[in-house]
Write a protein that binds this ligand. Structure first.
Ligand code: 5GP
Ligand code: ZN
Length: 112
């Protein structure tokens, strides 16, 4: 756990969040500023900075994908967009890796 990390605080239960799915390795919760009818963040319980950091740990990487599948399956969502912003220029603002899972509307391509 990184002591100054917002999402580690959510994993620890120190910071409130609307948790929609969890398992041994991941927690999924509603984004504070949803960009679609469903906008959930799936994060590993363990602290990794970004997707490059996470990719060094194959087990944790697979757990995040399994968590995305677990949440969407439980929620009955079969069509969704998954985004990992990596670095400030790409829009990353919280440096605990997270998958945005968005659903419930049509999405354009390319993203802005
Ligand atoms: P990023 O910009 O790093 O890809 O995504 C960070 C996301 O975290 C944003 O979509 C933002 O709305 C969300 N967020 C920031 N602070 C909080 C918070 O305290 N609680 C929750 N649930 N989401 C947050
Ligand atoms: Zn963290």
């Amino acid at each position: 756990m990184a002591s100054d990390c917002l999402f580690c605080g959510i994993v620890a239960g120190d910071i409130p969040a609307s948790i929609v799915y969890s398992d041994d390795a991941v927690v999924a919760f509603q984004d504070l500023h949803p960009q679609a009818p469903t906008h959930v963040l799936v994060i590993p319980r363990e602290h990794f900075t970004d997707i490059a950091d996470l990719a060094r740990d194959p087990q944790a990487s697979a757990a995040v994908l399994a968590g995305i599948r677990g949440f969407t399956t439980e929620a009955g969502i079969s069509e969704f967009r998954t985004v990992f912003n990596t670095g400030g220029d790409a829009g990353q603002t919280v440096f605990h890796v997270h998958a945005h899972v968005l659903a419930g509307r049509t999405f354009s391509w390319p993203p802005g």
